[in-house]
Write a protein that binds this ligand. Structure first.
Ligand SMILES: Cc1cc2nc3c(=O)[nH]c(=O)nc-3n(C[C@H](O)[C@H](O)[C@H](O)COP(=O)(O)OP(=O)(O)OC[C@H]3O[C@@H](n4cnc5c(N)ncnc54)[C@H](O)[C@@H]3O)c2cc1C
Length: 387
């Protein structure tokens, strides 16, 4: 994004990309002949920059399929009365959190203890904790109260309950997968693949933009301000594995189910319908936090069996028999940052900072990456043109 805006502004730009592909955390694969987003996937109505970019690049989007009943897997809340009690307590907790996130308390204590103190209803507490786990791909014990509330405040409306997710970042997907955005952006740019930058001093350029995640920036020798270096040194990440199962037909729709599942406990925290538009039937299960971190140490066949058993429990026995299956494990790379900081934004002389973690709004999302790229391009162009 940054390179595109710089070129438009008249600058000469080289993009140095460590991988052999563009896209970074956007990575589209295929399963049973359909596109699947191994990394970033959704666009929300609250993300004007992403919508505008998709239009600019001619990348079509389509609504996330949600028709039907969502399953909330809560063993403790069987029965209508218990369900109503949980919904009421969740609503109250949500209201409280929404009020607090406008003015987050100066609380660096762990989120799990805070939830235990402030939400007495166990099912409501579990739902709020589940929502936090899905947003951060981490356990509430790993999060601070402040980082949690701040992130909610800059990522649209707070929506902790599965079926009520409008504004929560999941309304639209991109035709052919989200990586199409990066591929289109790269067209017409000088992108050098397979070039891992180790030191800024080695680069022959008047300005350098670090458009990389904090952990990658930490590994690059650059003259950064001490506050920025402190943020990088302390940056912690969540872990997520996306597990895709393709079927010959969308059997869950026969039963009136949307394919959407929310499970506060167990291996799989959420499931969504990740089918392509039109024909095709794909379910996507999210494994997050500690279970995602342990993924690589488990036997692949056993992992697959475990995920499929959970899908079958939620959505019916046919889920156990996919025609194809794939996983995208982001736990080693650490893709979701548990906290961001205003110190990871200002330029350090001629070294500028981009990347989604340096965004003001929607850090951690595509929207934030666009904002940060455009802001960094503006900084450089102002200095180059002296305006
Ligand atoms: C599983 C998953 C699900 C997600 N879901 C969503 C979603 O639904 N909606 C949404 O908006 N966002 C989602 N995201 C987040 C979204 O993908 C990211 O916020 C966005 O892609 C970040 O873009 P970026 O350019 O800031 O960083 P990146 O995409 O990480 O790009 C950084 C690039 O820098 C390269 N690099 C790193 N170090 C070096 C080096 N030393 N030298 C050269 N190159 C280097 C990397 O290879 C990479 O290509 C998701 C992410 C993941 C992983």
């Amino acid at each position: 994004m940054c390179a595109r805006r710089l070129v438009e502004g008249g600058a000469r730009v080289a993009v140095l990309e460590a991988r052999e592909r563009v896209g970074g955390r956007l990575h589209t694969g295929t399963l049973a002949g359909a596109a699947i987003d191994r990394g970033g996937q959704w666009m929300s109505v609250g993300q004007p920059r992403l919508r505008a970019l998709a239009e600019e690049l001619g990348v079509a989007s389509f609504p996330q399929r949600r028709a039907g009943i969502a399953v909330i897997d809560e063993p403790g809340a069987a029965g209508r009365l218990a369900q109503l009690g949980a919904a009421w307590a969740t609503w109250r907790a949500t209201r409280r959190i929404t009020a607090l996130m406008r003015d987050p308390p100066d609380d660096d204590g762990p989120l799990d203890a805070w939830l235990a103190r402030t939400i007495p209803h166990p099912a409501a507490r579990a739902r709020i904790a589940m929502h936090a786990e899905l947003v951060f791909a981490a356990e509430p014990a790993e999060l601070t109260v402040r980082a949690y509330l701040e992130r909610l405040a800059v990522t649209g409306r707070f929506a902790p309950v599965g079926p009520e997710l409008p504004g929560g970042g999941r309304e639209h997907r991109f035709a052919g997968g989200a990586q199409a955005l990066a591929l289109r952006l790269a067209e017409g740019l000088d992108v050098q693949l397979g070039v891992q930058v180790r030191a800024v001093a080695e680069l022959a350029a008047r300005h350098v933009v670090l458009a990389v995640p904090p952990r990658a920036a930490r590994a690059i020798a650059a003259d950064l301000a001490p506050e920025a270096r402190r943020f990088l040194d302390g940056a912690r990440t969540g872990a997520v594995v996306k597990c895709f199962a393709a079927y010959d037909r969308a059997f869950w729709r026969d039963a009136g189910l949307s394919g959407e599942v929310y499970a506060p406990s167990g291996l799989v925290r959420a499931v969504v319908d990740a089918s392509p538009p039109g024909d095709g039937a794909i379910l996507l299960a999210f494994v997050v936090g500690a279970a995602a971190r342990a993924w690589g140490s488990r036997d692949p066949a056993e992992r697959r069996a475990h995920v499929l058993a959970e899908l079958a429990r939620f959505l019916g026995e046919p889920a156990a028999h996919p025609i194809d299956y794939a996983e995208a494990d982001w736990s080693a790379e650490g893709c979701v940052y548990l906290a961001t900081s205003p110190s990871w934004r200002p330029a350090h002389g001629t070294v500028h900072i981009a990347g989604t973690e340096s965004a003001v709004a929607w850090p951690g999302y595509m929207e934030g990456a666009i904002e940060a790229g455009e802001r960094a391009a503006g900084e450089v162009l102002r200095e180059l043109t002296g305006r």
